[in-house]
Design a protein around this ligand. Structure first.
Ligand SMILES: Nc1ncnc2c1ncn2[C@@H]1O[C@H](COP(=O)(O)OP(=O)(O)OP(=O)(O)O)[C@@H](O)[C@H]1O
Length: 655
């Protein structure tokens, strides 16, 4: 009880901006207050209803056409303990008492006009009906939410995670909720939303940090990411994990009772092949390799009529004790880590051998080029899914079970006095999730349009027992590979669980003026695409500049300075992938908490008050997905957008 009371006090003490944000006046005369968490009075009477409780659903779902017994809905904004604004909707005027006051309009618009901070904010006070339906969709199966830029898909995904944790805490907090986003920059941006809703237990990861011990942040050009993301890579890796260790021993020589026993390279390869039938995991079947060696050496010793040859088990024991035999084993069949084998792909001759007949020559060249600096640069984001696949293909050597220390042991033979509750809690703490935990009860995938087939396999391994929430917008994908293969991989990860689909239709982020520019770009390529409607107009049109290459640094710096002075919140400078570092250097003097420089792939899912887009034509020309990536970059700003393009023919790319 003390533990639970302390936890509850911590939650109540946490500085939640605006504990109460809504009030419903019902036809019956009853008044309900809706807030971030449920609060009861001294006699356990409800004072505030948690926004996720069924009784609060009317706050989000009631409309004038369907008032659901609500006469007046009031949104309450506050700062600390002071109410700063109230906004009412009169939903059922006929049922309103004479003296009912109705105040203000536009709580949603007021909240949208607030300056953007470094982190995303929760939207509990202004969740819209179509969003609410997706948030409260059934806990089982797969909930799929689609919609254009700024329609609140990320917000919905995170609020849904909070909703699930509330509605079935034992199942979701116990099993764990995993939230996956495309990049570290993005995961940082969304990381404060769940804690602001009082939920600290979800696990957040980017696609580059999903594998234990890794935190890759390097994006790759679309063409490379597409090859690395293709399911054909699995076949390439299958060949790699069966290959001999580079620079490993090419023969085994042992002097046994005066006779030389010898196994040559071809023989060793055959033994390895036999010990590794298709589907066997190399790190788990080392014993079969050793047995193969023993058998071959034993047969040879017998054929050579070695004098005084003992029985086969004794012969094997003799060998096993010889240091040179053990050294050989360590070199010939080492415990392989996925990163070792990925390193083998950096050797062009090996890569060609593994990929022949599976990838085209051009694709092999692309891979080879990308792995040239693997040792220096470390794995990229698409490599992480390959490392996870290698881990799956090779397995891990069986680990001896470790004995757990008794947490209540005070001194030798003396145990603390404990209660059943203490012991149960200790057992639960000891079962804390390991870093490569895979049995999540729910997996949320954000920006799912950018998850490659190999990445879907990686996610699928962590969600075998899970229900899913998958949000994304196909028009924003950077994937240029086989669409059919992608949907096959996705279907396999999600399994044949029941699907619930939702579409969001209002763009809450961009001003109408900014979204018009983004819409024009994507419409050119996809004239029939259904686009969301931007609800807010600022009257400020985007600025488009074109300058010769020599003036690019000065223009970018000046335009960034101007944006920083024009908006109160954040400014994002979005660059083509290869230009990010140089642009960061140009802007060193302006660096500060309000400014962030990201490349066009890192910009996925992000939001800034002002955006400066560098060299949009280069982003568009990058690959066949360029126009979609440009559409993403153009739809990141809430207030101001400036683009700086290069005069034609004035530049050949980044310095
Ligand atoms: N109901 C709402 N009330 C207030 N703000 C909202 C609401 N819905 C969305 N927003 C705001 O709109 C912005 C865009 O939301 P979000 O990032 O979730 O959109 P998205 O669909 O994931 O966008 P994209 O696909 O472009 O990444 C955020 O600032 C979010 O807080």
């Amino acid at each position: 009880m003390v533990f639970h009371a302390a936890r509850r006090r911590h939650v109540l003490d946490a500085e939640h901006e605006g504990l109460v944000f809504g009030r419903l006046d019902l036809r019956s005369g009853q008044v309900l207050h809706v807030g971030r968490l449920g609060v009861r009075g001294e006699r356990a009477e409800p004072l505030v209803i948690d926004w996720r409780a069924p009784a609060a659903a009317a706050f989000y779902q009631a409309t004038a056409a369907e008032p659901r017994d609500v006469v007046r809905r009031r949104m309450i904004s506050s700062s600390g303990e002071r109410v700063t604004r109230i906004e009412d909707d009169l939903l059922d005027p006929a049922a309103a008492p004479e003296d009912m006051r109705v105040v203000g309009d536009g709580a949603l618009l007021a909240s949208l006009a607030r300056a953007t901070g470094r982190g995303m904010r929760d939207i509990v006070a202004t969740i819209q009906r179509e969003q609410d339906e997706a948030i409260r969709s059934p806990a089982s199966g797969v909930t799929i939410v689609s919609g254009g830029p700024g329609t609140g898909k990320t917000a919905v995904a995170l609020h849904r995670a909070a909703y699930l944790l509330y509605s079935d805490r034992a199942r979701f907090a116990g099993g764990g909720v995993l939230v996956v986003g495309p990049s570290g920059v993005f995961v940082n941006y969304i990381s404060s939303v769940l804690p602001s809703l009082g939920e600290e237990t979800a696990t957040l990861h980017s696609l580059g940090s999903l594998v234990e011990g890794l935190n890759a942040t390097r994006s790759e050009p679309a063409a490379v990411a597409t090859v690395k993301g293709s399911l054909r890579m699995r076949r390439v890796l299958e060949r790699a994990v069966r290959d001999a260790v580079p620079d490993g021993p090419t023969e085994l020589r042992l002097l046994y009772r005066g006779e030389l026993l010898r196994l040559d390279a071809a023989r060793l390869d055959r033994i390895r092949d036999r010990a590794l039938p298709r589907g066997a995991r190399r790190n788990e079947v080392r014993r079969a390799g050793i047995d193969g060696l023993f058998d071959a050496l034993w047969r040879q010793a017998r054929d050579l009529r070695v004098g005084g040859l003992p029985s086969q088990p004794d012969f094997e024991d003799d060998l096993a004790e010889r240091p040179e035999f053990r050294d050989f084993l360590r070199a010939w069949w080492p415990r392989l880590h996925p990163r070792h084998v990925l390193g083998w792909l950096a050797r062009p001759d090996r890569l060609r051998r593994y990929a022949e007949g599976i990838l085209s020559r051009a694709e092999i060249r692309l891979l080879s080029e990308s792995y040239r600096r693997l040792a220096e640069d470390g794995p990229s984001i698409p490599d992480v899914a390959l490392l996870d696949e290698l881990d799956e293909l090779m397995g891990r050597p069986p680990r001896p079970a470790r004995r757990r220390r008794d947490p209540f042991q005070v001194a030798g033979g003396v145990r603390e006095v404990t209660t059943t509750f203490d012991r149960r809690r200790a057992a639960r703490d000891a079962a804390g999730r390991p870093e490569d935990y895979r049995e999540y009860a729910h997996v949320v995938v954000d920006e799912s349009q950018d998850v490659s087939p190999m990445q879907w396999r990686m996610l699928g391994r962590r969600g075998r027992l899970a229900s899913w929430t998958v949000v994304g917008d196909p028009a924003q994908t950077a994937w240029t590979g086989d669409a059919e293969e992608l949907s096959r991989a996705r279907d396999k990860a999600l399994g044949n669980r029941r699907r619930h689909e939702f579409t969001l239709s209002t763009n809450y982020r961009n001003s109408a003026e900014i979204f018009a520019v983004a819409a024009e770009v994507i419409r050119e390529r996809y004239p029939d695409l259904a686009l969301p409607t931007a609800v807010r107009s600022t009257g400020v049109p985007p600025v488009a500049l074109t300058v010769p290459a020599a003036e690019l640094p000065a223009t970018v710096t000046e335009a960034t300075r101007r944006l920083l002075s024009e908006v109160d919140g954040t400014v994002g400078v979005i660059t083509p992938v290869p230009r990010r570092d140089e642009v960061t250097d140009w802007l060193a003097a302006l660096a500060g908490p309000r400014l962030q420089v990201v490349n066009a792939l890192q910009a996925k899912g992000m939001e800034y008050d002002g955006v400066l887009l560098v060299a949009p034509a280069e982003i568009r020309a990058d690959s066949s997905a360029g126009v979609r990536t440009l559409y993403v970059a153009l739809s990141r700003a809430t207030q101001r957008l400036t683009t700086v393009d290069l005069t034609e023919g004035s530049d050949t790319g980044p310095a």
